[in-house]
Design a protein around this ligand. Sequence first.
Ligand SMILES: Cc1ncc(COP(=O)(O)O)c(C=O)c1O
Length: 492
Amino acid sequence: MSEEKQRKTLELSREEMRDFGYRVIDMLLDYYDERADKPVAETLDYEALNAILREPLPREGMPWRDAMAQFERQVVNTSNRVDHPRFFAYIPLANNFVSVMADSLAAGYNIFNAVWLQGPGAAQIERLTVDWLRQIFGLPAEAGGTFVSGGSVANLTALAVAREAHLSGEKRDAVAYCSDQIHFAVSRGMRVLGFAPEQLRKLPSDDEFRLPLAPLREAIAADRAAGKRPFCVIASAGTTNTGAVDKLSALADLCAAEDLWLHVDGAYGAPAILTEGGKSALKGLGRVDSLALDAHKWLFQPIECGVVLVRDRRWLPRAFKETSEVLKDMQSDGEELNFMYQGIQLTRQFRALKLWLSFKVFGLDAISEAIAAGFQNAELAERLLREAGCWEIVTPAQMAILTFRYQPSTGDEALADRVTHDLVGRLLDDGYAFASGTQLRGKPVMRMCCNNPRTTPADLRGTILLMGRLAAELEATLRDAPASDQDARVKT
Ligand SMILES: Cc1ncc(COP(=O)(O)O)c(C=O)c1O
């Protein structure tokens, strides 16, 4: 093909495409080989990033190799390595190569997975994969669902269905309930759906950071007495802060008795049901009305692989179906296979492909073992922290998450707050490992999420040794610093 023709049709020669594709694979393989030896995070300062952002819109093209070199330099090398074996912050996102290839295939073939007649094979695979998930979580045969971008949209989609099922289009006086540990995706979802902040009652969590049953019952009764319309309880199957799992069986009983929709945010923790420890913690998960799941968290998919499951799948098209003249010819009898009616997207990527292909290639047993590794690693981390003698375990390992605070030799709580708070920045500067902080009952804590199956015991030992050394250095600096300097430090 002439260069002139290629430019007009936005194509590359076969040769160039092949070189480009192989270069991409080589880059990824080098990255996987070298990842554990690289810093967990490398950041550019604002000035340097700003310089990149100010690049003018190119009128002329450039060789793809140059553009790729820029990508490597300015994007790859400035991104936190969220799949690094010593990245324990937030929720680590360890993906797998099979699913990476599946994402490339979905993009390469540009499969339009919205309408049955335009891609029945893809629709079948999405339906089948959703059904595998349904079986994993113990939902009945009438359950169904759809792939979405992630946990936030999965929660939003489920709450839209709950609104449809319980409120008949009238939001006035409606109330939903959750604990103060709920992920902000739920509050945001409620806001997007038009609920006022006071229509989501966030009850103070119990000693184990779970939604407490007695106060929940009382709140529902008080709301009913005041003429409000309770419609939904939103529980967590693994909070981001501590991995706490709400009492799902008891909540299912309560919701059945009170005629409330039970939605569970299982974005992080739900896949743990594939392990022994997770199965008992998640007892009752099969009784929910809807479940939000993030396969890009603990099912090892590349980013953007959320799923929403609904106990009675007929509610999905009831909430989302619209008629369209343009798509009239595309209707089929099997309504549930037209994924454009199962959620808020029409044109949709074929996200199910990556989960389907990785289930096929690795098998459920290997995936379950990879999840179980997270439990084992968190338990080992807890043991090592206890042995180190300078940490207080705030919440023990549960669902592969644990939280802890530095304990200065003097027992000074204010100093413990400062060291724990400042440690995150020190870790980032060091680059060997990264764990993030959070607040529990108003106090700073460190947390480690250990769900990456490629984390080794040596990674955990090295990280805990490093945290101990950095914390001791911080303690010495802060103890010796004048109070005014200390205040300035804490505020930064
Ligand atoms: C418990 C929980 N729910 C919801 C979300 C939101 O998911 P996403 O970031 O995929 O939108 C997260 C993200 O960390 C989460 O941990």
